[in-house]
Design a protein around this ligand. Structure first.
Ligand SMILES: [Zn+2]
Length: 421
């Protein structure tokens, strides 16, 4: 049994939050401001068999209790796991019974990956990092622009000025929010060559991409690996979400066998308001927490769609299609096809160019070479080169975003001329 000095009578919230840090060991709480010693026992992450509570002095605030207990726990020996971890941070969600102290430990050991770091991705990452999901990987190909700030909650004006890659800017901000969580920012374009490597080893994938192609690719890899993923999409004031457990629920292709034809509305054509993003991200994050906590029976089990402006909610219960080409026939058309050589970015007057093969560019050398042709700015991750009517943002892996054209052929020729084929 360990002795912990703290101030609280009865198994109050502060003790319930702080005690589980003692793990399997038993702990004796000495409450020096009270008239007698109190004993509480922590077994299997739960506070059990406390003695009868004593009157709590009004002046004792719960937060100071938790802090005192945690400080004491940090000093005491014989605690089997992570005595230095600060559970006070999570005390309000530990009080929520479906999470509790045991659930919190589970979350701290959990691993989630977020594909895309725009409006949905920043909202998801913010919530998961604050909740203490122990390992987060955030993958995004883009950099921060001024028009992002209205809804992409992890970015600020300095990120815009410095043209920070979104995955890096988000990881830095999250580290300031909760340094206990391990956040990895990956600056890559998700495609069929890298997606399996990017999501392997994680327990859930949150969709924060902005196009159908990426979602069908994610659906392919998730079904192949048996990995849960949570679809999410927002445009204007309207959002949709669905949770896919490959072994038991319908997959994206059961519901939409092929992408919708013709032009779709996108955030770049009809706009988007941030509360619609918050609604979708809130549901996705709640579903992710349920999956990570092993509470799958509590998932909503529907395709939910909500127009937050018109206040219209729709709910459908998709059935698994035995004829589905993905989860039925296991044909992974998006995963197995040859990689595209370029991708148009929706509605932004830009074309993305993939390097023919993975390579590592020397950005300093490239900068020196390009300065004779136009204006160049750079940070540790990318270089921005303005020439004629174009602006090229070149990443160190050779990928580039050519702004100023919709035409892939034009973009490829500008890229070949200045960066090399
Ligand atoms: Zn299916």
């Amino acid at each position: 049994m360990s002795q912990i000095v703290g101030q609280e009578a009865g198994p109050g919230p502060g003790i319930r939050a702080a005690l589980p840090a003692a793990g399997q060991s038993r702990a004796l709480i000495i409450a020096p401001h009270l008239t007698r010693v109190q004993s509480f026992f922590c077994e299997g992450g739960k506070v059990v068999a406390p003695s009868a509570g004593l009157p709590l002095p009004q002046s004792v605030r719960e937060s100071s209790v938790g802090a005192a207990l945690v400080a004491a726990l940090g000093n005491h020996r014989g605690c089997p796991h992570k005595p230095s971890m600060n559970r006070e941070k999570y005390s309000r969600q530990i009080l929520f019974p479906p999470i509790g102290a045991e659930g919190q430990e589970k979350l701290l050991e959990s691993r989630a990956v977020i594909l895309g770091c725009g409006a949905l991705g920043t909202a998801q990452a913010n919530a998961l990092a604050r909740a203490g999901v122990g390992t987060l990987r955030i993958v995004d190909r883009d950099f921060v622009e001024e028009s992002n700030l209205q809804r992409q909650i992890l970015f600020d004006e300095a990120d815009t000025r410095e043209r920070m890659p979104k995955a890096i800017a988000a990881a830095r901000k999250l580290n300031q929010i909760n340094s206990e969580v391990k956040v990895e920012g990956v600056v890559e374009d998700v495609d069929n060559r890298n997606i399996e490597k990017l999501v392997s080893g994680f327990q859930v994938v949150l969709d924060a991409t902005d196009n159908f192609e990426a979602r069908y690719l994610l659906n392919d890899v998730a079904v192949k690996l048996g990995l849960p993923w949570i679809y999410g999409a927002v445009v204007a004031s309207y959002g949709m979400t669905m949770t896919i457990l490959p072994e038991s629920t319908a997959c994206l292709a059961c519901l939409f066998p092929s992408p919708p034809e013709g032009a779709h509305e996108t955030c770049d054509t009809v706009g988007v308001i941030s509360p619609a993003v918050s609604w979708v991200a809130a549901i996705q994050v709640t579903e992710a927490l349920k999956i990570l906590l092993g509470r799958r029976q509590e998932l909503h089990g529907a395709m939910l769609a909500y127009d937050i402006w018109k206040n219209q909610l729709q709910e459908i219960r998709p059935r698994k299609d035995p004829q589905c080409r993905v989860c039925g026939a296991k044909e992974f058309a998006y995963l197995n096809r040859t990689a595209p050589t370029h991708t148009s970015l929706c509605g932004r007057d830009s074309v993305q160019i993939h390097a023919a093969a993975t390579r590592q560019l020397d950005l300093a050398e490239l900068r020196a070479r390009l300065e004779q042709f136009g204006r160049v700015r750079a940070n540790d991750f990318l270089l921005v080169f303005a020439v004629d009517a174009y602006e090229l943002t070149v990443f160190s892996d050779g990928r580039a975003i050519v702004k100023g054209t919709h035409d892939p052929a034009v973009a490829r020729s500008v890229y070949a001329k200045y960066i090399g084929a």
